[in-house]
Design a binder for this molecule. Structure first.
Ligand SMILES: Cc1cc2nc3c(=O)[nH]c(=O)nc-3n(C[C@H](O)[C@H](O)[C@H](O)COP(=O)(O)OP(=O)(O)OC[C@H]3O[C@@H](n4cnc5c(N)ncnc54)[C@H](O)[C@@H]3O)c2cc1C
Length: 385
């Protein structure tokens, strides 16, 4: 096997490299210039949405059969990673579009896919609505109810922390349809922003990813046509968890991107800044810190791509690897961005440089799509089974 040029273990395809180069160019030219302002004003990154839509990078995961780019899971991670390298908030556009439609792609009807995915290809967005105020880590304890009414479903309740809430056209909403059956009594629905009784509540004021709106949503006798259910009644919680198996790698990719952005900034700064008559990069302590940062990012990237590739191959037991990739990469992002701030000294603590924003943005990757404690529970359950 050695020396066989066709044996490309651990090597991305050429088109992955070409994709990275294309999305990096777009991100640096059309997204990076606004990242500081988007964060400072806590405003939606419209420039990023326009640029991503124009290039078809807003929802690269949508299969070609529905007019999308049909990017594989690794390619989707590369897009998210490269956008996150310059702006964490903007990277949630492709990331949450995948999160908001993955359940539909996995288990939805053909007609529903045509309708929703077609909208995404046109530049509209989708969100994922699992969490509730009293049901976060324990998501199966949700209280939002859906009751059949003739051919329709009537949803009542609320969801909180919904990324891109108010900006999205479509919402994958998990609701209890049979309270006697616990997690097996939860169903998933595609709710449209114009559905009667769908109300967008207030936005959260956050530590980071300030350009990504996080909204509370209310369902007030919200009427949803019967054909908007995803799969059979009672399969919604399974769909929600299956979705996370496919999207936790994308949060890992976001974390890797944020960490890489911080490392790149730290390398440039430490090669330029002089103290004691030398660049600070020439101090061995700095060299070792940079080396550790780069080493951890490389390990995280490999784990993220591996988990994405396994999801792409349709492997069944993704629980461990997708939780591990998300958990490891987000812990790395927190360490690396904190070290980057340290290497900048006082300057790192100011908004003159991007590393403090990156440190704040990194924090959320340890919390959403399940906190890293919950990821460790998922991993432990898998290895102890
Ligand atoms: C900015 C942002 C965006 C988000 N976007 C979305 C979205 O688009 N869609 C969506 O559905 N949700 C979203 N969420 C919700 C997110 O997934 C939850 O916040 C997260 O799952 C944790 O739930 P919680 O906040 O209720 O924390 P809690 O469940 O109250 O947890 C509090 C603490 O207790 C720990 N804990 C809880 N249970 C256990 C346990 N069994 N063992 C050990 N430790 C435990 C947690 O790890 C955490 O440290 C978002 C959240 C934020 C902040």
């Amino acid at each position: 096997m050695a020396g066989n040029p066709d044996f490309n273990l651990f090597q991305l395809e050429d088109f992955h490299d070409e994709l990275r180069s294309a999305i990096r160019g777009l991100a640096e030219k059309e997204i990076a210039p606004y990242a500081k302002e988007v964060d400072g004003q806590a405003r939606f990154p419209e420039e990023a949405l326009t640029a991503l839509n124009a290039a078809g990078f807003n929802a690269v995961h949508v299969p070609e059969a529905y007019g999308g780019q049909g990017a594989d899971s690794v390619a989707t991670c590369i897009v998210i990673e490269e956008v996150a390298r310059v702006c964490g908030s903007s990277s949630l556009i492709p990331a949450v579009n995948k999160l908001g439609t993955m359940g539909l792609i996995l288990n939805g009807s053909e007609e529903l896919k045509q309708k929703v995915l077609g909208d995404l290809v046109e530049g509209k967005m989708a969100s994922y609505c699992l969490s509730e105020r009293e049901a976060g880590s324990d998501a199966a304890a949700m209280r939002t109810r859906a009751k059949a009414d003739g051919d329709d479903w009537i949803i009542n309740g609320s969801k909180c922390w919904i990324t891109n809430g108010g900006k999205s056209e479509w919402y994958t909403v998990m609701a209890v349809t049979d309270p006697e059956k616990g997690a097996n009594g939860i169903s998933a629905f595609m709710v449209h922003k114009d559905d009667e009784g769908f109300v967008v509540g207030p936005l959260e004021h956050k530590l980071g990813i300030k350009g990504s709106p996080t909204a509370e949503l209310y369902f007030e006798n919200c009427r949803v046509p019967g054909d908007r259910i995803i799969g059979e009644p009672g399969t919604g919680f399974k769909t929600a968890l299956q979705t996370l198996d496919h999207t936790r790698p994308t949060i890992g990719a976001q974390a890797v991107g944020i960490a890489q952005g911080a490392l790149d900034a730290a390398i440039a700064y430490t090669k330029d800044r002089k103290q004691f008559g030398k660049t600070i990069a020439s101090f061995q302590n700095t060299e070792f810190m940079l080396a550790d940062m780069a080493m951890k990012i490389e390990a995280a990237r490999l784990m993220v791509y591996t988990s994405a590739a396994r999801a792409e191959r349709g492997e069944k037991n993704l629980g461990f690897i997708s939780a591990a990739a998300k958990c490891f990469a987000s812990d790395v992002a927190m360490q690396v961005t904190t070290d980057a701030v340290q290497l900048f000294g006082g300057a790192g603590y100011t908004t003159d440089f991007p590393v403090e924003r990156m440190m704040r943005d990194a924090k959320i990757t340890q919390i959403y799509e399940g906190t890293n404690q919950i990821q460790r529970l998922v991993m432990a359950r898998n290895i102890l089974r």
